[in-house]
Design a protein around this ligand. Structure first.
Ligand SMILES: NC(=O)c1ccc[n+]([C@@H]2O[C@H](COP(=O)([O-])OP(=O)(O)OC[C@H]3O[C@@H](n4cnc5c(N)ncnc54)[C@H](OP(=O)(O)O)[C@@H]3O)[C@@H](O)[C@H]2O)c1
Length: 309
């Protein structure tokens, strides 16, 4: 544990430090032998997750990242050497807002004079699919932020989170998804392992610029995920490839707003047809401080009793 207040140590501003990805960045930097100062952003410094960060010696700063709050956002990044940026798309479900807030954070980090920005983006499904699938708002909005970051003049790396919530697509002992069972996806226990990739970027001799990195514990198809899930839990889990429209209807009927249901339908369908990574994405675990969990290790560590009866 080398979290310090020594001004000689680099100051890393971490957005979303009380959440999954930002929390994972904090974990990975805390595990490092190198000294870091960490400034953790939260909207609410009195929530237990924020207090726990303060107890670890982090500087915990209250800020709401929004365009209405531009001055405070710029102030929050002042003095930072590096910035980790992530958006809270799931809270508002509004892709244009995500783009505006992502750009705002890049502007604020740049104005603070940071030496490197890590952004948690996602690929453009529109570009990946040759414009066959154009409705994946929360991927397009992030891809626009990535374009903006790459053009910012500040060393910029887009470190994309692999799939984390596939558990949510498991119903009645089945994965019902609109892609072939052999389609491989980057799967990650983001809470534990996403930050390993961010730490690698910060600890390379030269901070990566204009790069896109995938994060994953394993690249694995649904047939293999299903098989391993069955073996570990002793339950008969099956994978069922279903038509895209049937899948989309199912997501919508579970109460998801129609534009988000369509986005989820198109993501899986496109991944099945065109794969997950845009050209040039660095898909590598080389140089990580420890090995991220495989799907099987993740399955073994979880309680599945709520979804597998
Ligand atoms: N789930 C997946 O499989 C997956 C895969 C790839 C990418 N993603 C993307 O990952 C992102 C979510 O990341 P996550 O899982 O780390 O989120 P999370 O666990 O929900 O955490 C969100 C964090 O953002 C902070 N936050 C939210 N709104 C804020 C605001 N207005 N100002 C300041 N801080 C704010 C929250 O802090 P406080 O509440 O303490 O303020 C919290 O720490 C989304 O954009 C999603 O699209 C998800």
């Amino acid at each position: 544990m080398t979290i310090t207040k020594d001004p000689a140590a680099p100051l890393v501003a971490v957005v979303g430090a009380t959440g999954t990805q930002g929390g994972s960045v904090v974990l990975a930097l805390t595990e490092s032998e190198r000294p870091y100062r960490i400034r953790a952003f939260t909207r609410n410094v009195s929530k237990p997750a924020a207090k726990a960060l303060a107890e670890k010696g982090l500087e915990v700063v209250a800020v709401t990242l929004s365009v209405e709050n531009r001055g405070a956002v710029f102030k929050a990044f002042e003095g930072a050497d590096y910035a980790f940026l992530v958006t809270n798309w799931a809270e508002h479900g509004d892709p244009p807002r995500e783009t505006v807030e992502g750009k705002l954070m890049i502007d604020a980090a740049k104005a603070a004079g940071v030496k490197g920005i890590v952004w948690s983006g996602l690929p453009s499904i529109d570009a990946l699919s040759g414009s066959k699938y154009k409705n994946v708002g929360h991927f397009e909005s992030k891809a626009r932020v990535s374009d903006y970051g790459r053009a910012s003049g500040v060393p910029f790396v887009d470190i994309q989170a692999g799939g984390q919530s596939l558990r949510g697509h498991l119903g009645r002992q089945r994965f019902n998804l609109p892609l072939p069972p052999t389609t491989r996806m980057p799967i990650i226990d983001a809470e534990q392992d996403y930050g390993l990739f961010v730490r690698k970027a910060l600890e390379l001799p030269v901070f990566p610029d204009k790069q896109t990195w995938a994060t994953f514990g394993e690249l694995i198809g649904f047939a293999d995920q299903t098989k391993q899930l069955s073996e570990v839990t002793g339950k008969n889990v099956v994978f069922n490839q279903i038509p895209s429209a049937v899948f989309g209807e199912g997501v919508k009927s579970a109460g998801t707003p129609p534009h988000i249901a369509l986005a989820i339908e198109e993501v899986f369908t496109s991944v099945g047809e065109f794969g997950y990574f845009s050209e040039g994405t660095v898909v590598s675990q080389e140089g990580l401080a420890r090995q991220p969990q495989t799907w099987k290790q993740y399955v073994e560590a979880q309680d599945w009793s709520d979804v597998l009866v």
